[in-house]
Write a protein that binds this ligand. Structure first.
Ligand SMILES: [Zn+2]
Length: 184
């Protein structure tokens, strides 16, 4: 997974406990800022997933997973695109924050910062693909479009894992967006 200040900022606007609620994961208060839950990633007899609300972080000691809100969403969702969709949904639930506007700002601000900008492009292309699919929800070909978009997500993930240069990433981003305008 790519890490950047953009990812951190966006994830900070979402509470880990709200993410637990979203997935219907029950948690128990353990005093102060501590909560615990059964690890949703495998079966266990005693709860080993710990949440610290003061840090807005979680750790599944059983399987050595953990981090922030978005890291949890990524563990729960099958694809990066699905995770982006949930991120958007939960972020929008907070009227005080508008992470999409924040992301747009970041894309502007990262123009001269190569790794940050590549990360921002990676995020944006996922959001654009999912938005495009949402707009075609009532289409007769919706299922067909879903599988095509899933293939695009795989292509996007694959591309960004290859550590592209900024120039390559921008070209790729533009190509994917142009592809959406004509056909998927
Ligand atoms: Zn576990």
């Amino acid at each position: 997974m790519l890490t950047s200040s953009q990812i951190t900022q966006l994830s900070r606007s979402i509470e880990v406990l709200d993410v637990m609620d979203y997935y219907g994961i029950a948690y128990t208060a353990r005093g102060g800022d501590r909560y615990e839950a059964f690890c949703p990633f495998h079966f266990e007899k005693t709860p080993s997933l710990k949440i610290k609300t003061d840090e807005n972080m979680w750790t599944a000691f059983c399987c050595q997973k953990g981090h922030d809100a978005f890291a949890f969403i990524r563990e729960m969702e099958p694809t990066f695109g699905d995770a982006i969709k949930v991120l958007k949904k939960l972020a929008k639930a907070d009227p005080e924050e508008n992470p999409l506007l924040l992301l747009e700002e970041m894309l502007e601000e990262t123009k001269d910062n190569t790794p940050e900008r590549i990360s921002a492009l990676y995020y944006f292309v996922g959001i654009e693909l999912r938005d495009w699919l949402d707009r075609h929800r009532s289409s007769d070909n919706y299922l067909k479009l879903c599988s095509k978009i899933d293939a695009r997500f795989e292509e996007v993930d694959h591309f960004f894992q290859s550590e592209p240069t900024l120039e390559q990433a921008e070209k790729f981003y533009t190509k994917v967006l142009e592809g959406l305008e004509t056909n998927v």
